[in-house]
Design a protein around this ligand. Structure first.
Ligand code: AMP
Length: 223
């Protein structure tokens, strides 16, 4: 089972990818998390990606495609067969690269899920988002809708919560423009391939997870 999660920034792709991966024993590959980790560790890839990320732009295709291909290769080597791709692809060339990779592996994409959320909700969500600063945890919270039990502290591991630099209001606006310009064309790309599934992602977290699990059951009957 290989799923792509599409959707604008703060549409909940990462949260749901994590939950679905746990529920269905899939490997979550988040290019955003991988790139943030590279920036933190000051690797050569991190150095190239940093400015793009901080200013709300997409990282160039050749860099991201490499990061994704490496993560997928590691996953396959470790014996994973199910993947949820969270935030990749985000451009048509990336989608074409994914198609080529899957063809080489003899695999097909099960579905591309479009997380649909009204624009004003996205801005509110991004600006209120807080993430655990512990790289191994990365739990996410929202000041209004999903606050931590203790202010500023992660419920899971107790580390301090932080705001992502690209969640500042002016950067969120830029990311939304990038999304419309470069990522939204993927909706037509996957629609033409009859892989697109639209998901109302302006609902409580648990409702969306239940919906996704049901869709996955329908894609792969387990009984
Ligand atoms: P995310 O955590 O998915 O919101 O990604 C954070 C940032 O990482 C994005 O705003 C981009 O700068 C970069 N990024 C993540 N995935 C991709 C991708 N597939 N293509 C280009 N840039 C990406």
């Amino acid at each position: 089972m290989i799923l792509v999660f599409l959707g604008p920034p703060a549409s909940g792709k990462g949260t749901q990818a994590r939950l679905l991966a746990l529920e269905r024993d899939l490997l979550q590959i988040s290019t955003g998390d991988l790139l943030r980790d590279a920036v933190k560790r000051e690797t050569p890839i991190g150095a190239k990606a940093k400015t793009f990320m901080e200013t709300g732009q997409l990282v160039p295709d050749e860099i991201v495609i490499g990061v994704f291909a490496d993560a997928l290769a590691v996953g396959v080597r470790e014996g994973h067969s199910g993947f949820v791709l969270d935030g990749f692809p985000r451009t048509v060339p990336q989608a074409e690269a994914l198609d080529a990779t899957l063809a080489k592996l003899g695999r097909v994409l099960a579905a591309a899920v479009d997380f649909r959320v009204p624009r004003e909700v996205l801005v509110r969500r991004a600006v209120g988002r807080r993430v655990c600063s512990n790289g191994a945890c990365q739990a996410t919270y929202h000041l209004d809708t999903n606050p931590p039990r203790m202010e500023g502290r992660c419920d899971v591991c107790g580390h301090e919560l932080a705001q992502r630099e690209d969640d500042l209001p002016q950067t969120v606006e830029k990311r939304l423009v990038e999304y419309e310009r470069k990522t939204a064309p993927l909706l037509t790309y996957y629609e033409k391939k009859k892989k697109l599934q639209k998901l109302d992602a302006d609902r409580p977290i648990d409702d969306i997870t239940t919906d996704l699990v049901e869709r996955v059951e329908r894609l792969v009957p387990t009984r």
